[in-house]
Design a protein around this ligand. Structure first.
Ligand code: ADP
Ligand code: MG
Ligand code: ZN
Length: 489
């Protein structure tokens, strides 16, 4: 068999594959199996009861809101919803888990196969969703410097989680990052999770493997303890390099669970293949089957708005935005609503509205931490402002002043322009008068200009702008001045 050098090279080209397991805490008022408050940051061990502490004889009862939230996420990711599913016991010992088992879902999750289309550097990628299931969170171990030992806070025990499992469809740390950003954005849009990374309300496990192009997927390693999206990127990069080095040196990657240490930037072995955990899953005997009526599933489907990943794709493909611009607008329900309303009004060009939102609106939201919904700014007023700027009625500085007025006090754009005297005067008579006065007052510059010093024109325009108190349209003024100077010649 003859092979070209390229074919040989391609055979040894190593590809990486990534699958994610994303955990998100749901923001229900109470926990998944008891009436304890689901609240972050309370005094340790104040939101606990016999059920979430797993005291003998205490019986769990499923919070139906948890199912509603999970089904909504299922709809958002186009998943099949299982009308009948079940909870299972996952048995293991750890000090943060007083019952010594976690109630989760194994064989029949609430949501089955789905997909998420994301846009990565201008290309659409489809990521398969394997499943979404519900489960309870464990407590938190506190390693305090003042105390020689470990403290347990069980407030988080029984906080509801969804776990979203992807197919091994991602092929770079960048794709994984964009996927995670999209998931977070969707969770916020449908309002089921706070997604506060710093509070651990969204976390992920990262599975990485490397294989030669054209051969079956390689053995994977699972990274645990990945606490931010940027840590996921660093962990994936490290793991790809580590596995490529192993394969290039002629060895095999072993199936392992590894701990990511983000401070040190390395992963270390937690469990190897020989001692993979056996969780001895079995159906949870204290809870019945979860049965969802057709109407309930459909009602929840109707509650899903257009989602940010779809918006992003629409903004890039139909509105010609770049990916970063589309993300900034689509990621924020506030900005997206404002933009979509401006487009629907078609008072100004969509591009002007986008620029104003990416600029002034984003700056305002970042500076004040406020949402646009809490301000008097309307899409109509913003569109009128954009239109006035497009038509040269106001300067860019003037537009910023009008924006601040609209977002703080509200009102009518035209009235504000009038009241603040911001209209750039494009009146020919007014501009002619100014041009004539400047020419007669600046003989030296005029003769310089006629003598060939073309930069003298800039000075004259500056003088004329001053004379108009900054209200004249500079482009018009310049052309009028130029014409008059030609005649002087
Ligand atoms: P487990 O139950 O042991 O965690 P799963 O089959 O549920 O195993 O897979 C968990 C995750 O691992 C999924 O996100 C899946 O996409 C990913 N995965 C499976 N095989 C590979 C592979 N060869 N390379 C990378 N990721 C993989
Ligand atoms: Mg796993
Ligand atoms: Zn409780």
């Amino acid at each position: 068999m003859d092979m070209s050098l390229q074919e040989v090279a391609a055979m040894y080209e190593l590809e990486c594959t990534i699958g994610l397991e994303v955990h998100a805490e749901l923001k229900t008022a109470t926990k998944i199996f008891c009436g304890c408050k689901n609240e972050f940051g309370a005094e340790p061990n104040t939101h606990v009861c016999p059920v979430c502490l797993g005291l003998p004889g205490a019986l769990p009862r499923l919070n139906s809101k948890v199912c509603d939230f999970a089904v909504k996420m299922g709809h958002a990711l186009g998943c099949e919803i299982n009308p009948v599913s079940r909870m299972d016991r996952k048995n293991y010992f750890y000090p943060d888990l007083p019952k010594a088992y976690q109630i989760s879902q194994s064989d029949i999750p609430l949501c089955g196969r789905g997909r998420l289309d994301i846009i990565v550097d201008g290309d659409i990628r489809t990521v398969g969703i394997t499943r979404i299931h519900i489960e309870e969170d464990a407590g938190k171990l506190i390693h305090d410097d003042d105390f020689a030992g470990t403290l347990c806070d069980y407030n988080r025990c029984g906080v509801p989680l969804i776990e979203i499992v992807t197919e091994p469809d991602l092929h770079s740390s960048r794709e994984a990052y964009v996927f995670l950003e999209n998931i977070r954005s969707i969770l916020r849009y449908i309002d089921i999770s706070d997604c506060k990374m710093q509070e651990g309300s969204i976390r992920c496990d990262v599975n990485v493997s490397v294989h030669e192009k054209g051969t079956p997927l390689g053995e994977r390693c699972e990274l645990k303890n990945v606490n931010s999206f940027s840590a996921a990127v660093r962990g994936i990069e490290y793991e790809i390099k580590r596995q490529k080095d192993i394969i290039s040196s002629g060895c095999m990657v072993e199936r392992e669970t590894r701990r990511w240490d983000d401070k040190k930037g390395i992963s270390t072995v937690m469990r190897s293949k020989e001692n993979l955990q056996d969780y001895r899953f079995f159906p949870e005997p204290d809870l019945g089957a979860i049965v969802l009526e057709h109407e309930r599933i459909e009602r929840l489907r109707d509650e899903i708005p257009e989602l940010p990943n779809k918006k992003m794709i629409r903004y890039v493909i139909e509105h010609g935005m770049n990916c970063d611009e589309a993300f900034v607008i689509a990621d924020s329900p506030d900005k997206a609503k404002l933009y979509d309303e401006c487009v629907a009004l078609s008072i100004c060009k969509p591009r002007s509205a986008a620029n104003r939102i990416l600029g002034d609106v984003t700056k305002f939201m970042n500076d004040t931490g406020r949402s646009i919904a809490d301000t008097p700014l309307t899409a109509e007023a913003l569109s009128e402002l954009c239109k006035a700027a497009e038509d040269g009625v106001i300067s860019s500085t003037g537009a910023k002043r009008v924006f601040i007025e609209l977002v703080t006090k509200g009102g009518d754009t035209a009235e504000i322009i009038e009241r603040l005297g911001l209209a750039q005067n494009s009146d020919e008579g007014f501009l002619n008068e100014i041009a004539e006065k400047v020419i007669s007052d600046n003989e030296k510059s005029v003769s310089d200009y006629i003598g060939g010093k073309s930069n003298a024109l800039g000075y004259l325009v500056g003088q004329a702008m001053k004379l108009s108190k900054g209200r004249a349209d500079p482009a018009k003024l310049k052309s009028i001045l130029e014409n008059k100077l030609k005649k002087e010649n």
